[in-house]
Design a protein around this ligand. Structure first.
Ligand code: F6R
Length: 248
């Protein structure tokens, strides 16, 4: 695992945006689609802002970009203020020239019976495109990646999961209290994340420093799913100083 430490999250995000735009342009010149795995939450917000800036000011086009988001709460209506569909549209998709048929976010409106087949289809779509070229991740305070909570296996598939109490508490402010916070979500499994050709995990601030140390320097364990990335051939943790200061 590689760690790269920046003075602040803004310069870190700009550097990651540069890598993504370089990849998009290489794929464009090869007439290939660029398959991106995307995360929501606070960590990638400045990354998406920088990509939007590059689209507006530097002519970066997303016409050849196909994206798969990691997760969505379940149940969730796409037009809810809490939905990851809304998040992605407001921060990225509606502000660049990505084709609407080219972005994918797990569907929070399915019936329970439909979820298993839907998740299989989600993975098959990724496979049919040759896999994820570059996966962006955040990390939960408990070490979750996507909504693969503690205990998720390295070969876990895309599925409906129960959210950890700590994850729900972290989300409860946005939902105006724990009782309104969803108990379940659909998440891409660890296996597809590990199959991505390149993985970049973003983490900012002191509050993530303990789990970053455990993920990077601790034993590889299903209790900390981010620790699986130690076994990925091309994974980088992009950190700010506040998050990195506990690393030896
Ligand atoms: C969101 C996701 C989650 C978040 C994680 C960190 O799509 O997959 O794993 O990345 O919960 O969230 P923030 O960035 O808000 O601290």
């Amino acid at each position: 695992i590689e760690t790269v430490i920046f003075t602040d999250s803004l310069s870190a995000s700009k550097s990651v945006a540069k890598e993504i735009s370089d990849l998009i342009r290489v794929k464009q010149s090869q007439k290939q689609p660029c398959i991106l795995g995307l995360a929501t939450g606070s960590s990638p917000k400045s990354l998406y802002a920088e990509l939007v800036r590059m689209h507006r000011e530097e002519g970066l086009s997303f016409k050849n970009v196909i994206t798969f988001n990691l997760d969505e709460y379940y149940p969730m209506e796409p037009d809810s203020v809490h939905s990851y569909v809304r998040f992605m549209k407001e921060l990225l998709f509606d502000k660049v020239d990505i084709l609407p048929e080219n972005y994918h976010i797990p569907d929070g409106t399915l019936s329970k019976e439909e979820i298993a087949d839907y998740c299989t289809e989600y993975e098959l779509k990724i496979e049919a495109l040759g896999g994820i070229d570059l996966q962006i991740l955040g990390i939960g305070g408990n070490g979750h990646i996507g909504f693969n909570e503690s205990g998720s296996l390295q070969n876990s598939k895309t599925r409906l999961v129960a959210l950890d109490h700590i994850t729900r508490v972290a989300a409860s402010n946005e939902f105006l209290g724990l009782p309104n916070t969803p108990r379940t979500a659909i998440t891409l499994g660890v296996k597809k994340i590990m199959e991505a050709k390149r993985v970049i995990l973003l983490a900012w601030g002191e509050s993530k420093s303990k789990i970053i140390k455990e993920s990077v320097e601790g034993t590889v364990t299903n209790l900390v799913p981010a620790s699986y990335l130690q076994e990925h051939k091309n994974a980088t943790f992009v950190l700010d100083q506040g998050t990195a200061h506990k690393l030896t």
